[in-house]
Design a protein around this ligand. Structure first.
Ligand code: NAP
Length: 209
């Protein structure tokens, strides 16, 4: 596919662009301040910031290009509506790593039997939003009143523990992202399924598995 990648020079962008190219995609990197001229491309990928992503997505949708977005900390509902009106797809996932999606699934299963849970999410200090999109989605899947603890420190990539407690026992489900290349499989999957999705907003890698 012919792709534009918003945030190609960022930490995730630098890890993902070579993997997308090795998979046969042609990728044009677009940085902050660049002209957003994406007409004629097959899709845009965005890993930028919660303030940058909405404008990038709007520009892409206005030019007839569907989007795959990993940027967290923003609400894509309104742009999902624009995508639907334009007959385009907006796919947004708070976590593109398959292991993290499985962690969320297993947490939802455990919650049926152990409803008391808390989440500890740990990310690199540069991450702007807290709690993480993955933690927020996990809490929604578990249901009820789930406290989320956010840790931001150098040396971390992306990690999450879901701790379930009941009388006399604890269950911990943990996922660690140790390298940003782990997000590539999910992005490749989203790109391969993009054209099959209904027009408008689809959220979460779980919807594609
Ligand atoms: P990062 O290292 O700060 O990279 C962001 C990049 O985007 C930087 O190169 C930045 O340029 C650029 N940028 C900022 N605003 C832009 C704009 N309006 N248009 C184009 N480029 C712009 O951050 P990161 O760690 O790569 O993470 C990026 C986003 O992805 C964050 O929201 C993070 O939470 C999210 N994330 C999601 C997943 C997932 O699986 N869904 C995984 C990891 C991270 P400057 O440096 O010049 O500002």
């Amino acid at each position: 596919m012919k792709l534009a990648f918003f945030g190609a020079e960022g930490k995730v962008g630098q890890a993902l662009v070579p993997v997308l190219e090795r998979a046969g995609h042609s990728v044009r990197g677009i940085e902050i301040g660049d002209d957003v001229d994406v007409a004629g491309l097959d899709a845009c990928v965005d890993f930028t910031t919660p303030t940058g992503a909405p404008a990038n997505v709007r520009a892409a949708l206005d030019q007839g290009v569907s989007c795959v977005v990993g940027t967290t900390g923003w609400d894509p509902t309104e742009l999902g509506e624009l995508a639907r009106e334009n007959g385009l797809r907006l796919f947004v996932a708070p976590n593109f790593s398959i292991g993290a999606v499985l962690m969320m699934r297993f947490a939802a299963q455990a919650a049926a039997y152990m409803p008391r849970a808390e989440i500890v999410e740990l990310h690199n200090e540069a991450k702007q939003d807290a709690p993480s999109g993955t933690a927020a989605m996990t809490a929604k899947l578990i249901g009820g009143d789930v406290t989320i603890h956010s840790v931001r420190l150098p040396g971390l990539v992306a990690h999450q523990e879901v701790i379930f407690g009941s009388e006399g026992q604890l269950l911990t489900i943990r996922h660690d992202t140790t390298a940003r290349e782990s997000f590539a499989d999910g992005v490749l999957l989203a790109l391969s399924k993009l054209a099959e999705l209904p027009a408008g907003l689809t959220t979460g890698l779980d919807a594609l598995l």
